[in-house]
Unconditional design. Structure first.
Length: 128
């Protein structure tokens, strides 16, 4: 069996720990690796990376740009809608045939984002 380990980057502002009222954590990048391992070796099978255009706060803060290196130009020129990025990510995850893992609870961030913009939470992440 293959495994997918993924990580999100999302909008953030300095002082966000104070729960700024306008601060929605919108996904701006999905990155992942697909691995296979046996008792001896871990093999990277493929990688995934897509930028995502935030909708509620489309302008990235200087804070998140400096923290991640993701620029406004990256999301504007290469960014997909969240739905498009999740569809591509689902294909990368082989339509849920691979177990997905992340540090923390990135699937909860995706769920909140899907609710925020009114799209369906992808079923392949329900067993994350």
């Amino acid at each position: 069996m293959n495994y997918v380990i993924f990580d999100l980057e999302y909008t953030a502002w300095e002082g966000m720990e104070r729960r700024l009222k306008f601060a929605e954590r919108e996904v701006i990048q999905i990155g992942a690796i697909k691995i296979n391992f046996d008792d001896i070796d871990i093999n990277i099978i493929s990688t995934f990376q897509e930028f995502v255009k935030p909708t509620v706060n489309p302008q990235l803060s200087d804070y998140i740009i400096n923290l991640t290196g993701i620029t406004q130009q990256n999301v504007e020129e290469q960014g997909l809608t969240l739905l498009e990025a999740l569809n591509k990510f689902e294909i990368f995850c082989s339509y849920g045939k691979n177990k997905t893992f992340s540090w923390g609870d990135d699937s909860r961030t995706i769920k909140k984002n899907t609710e925020l913009i009114g799209i369906e939470f992808p079923s392949f992440l329900t067993q994350h």
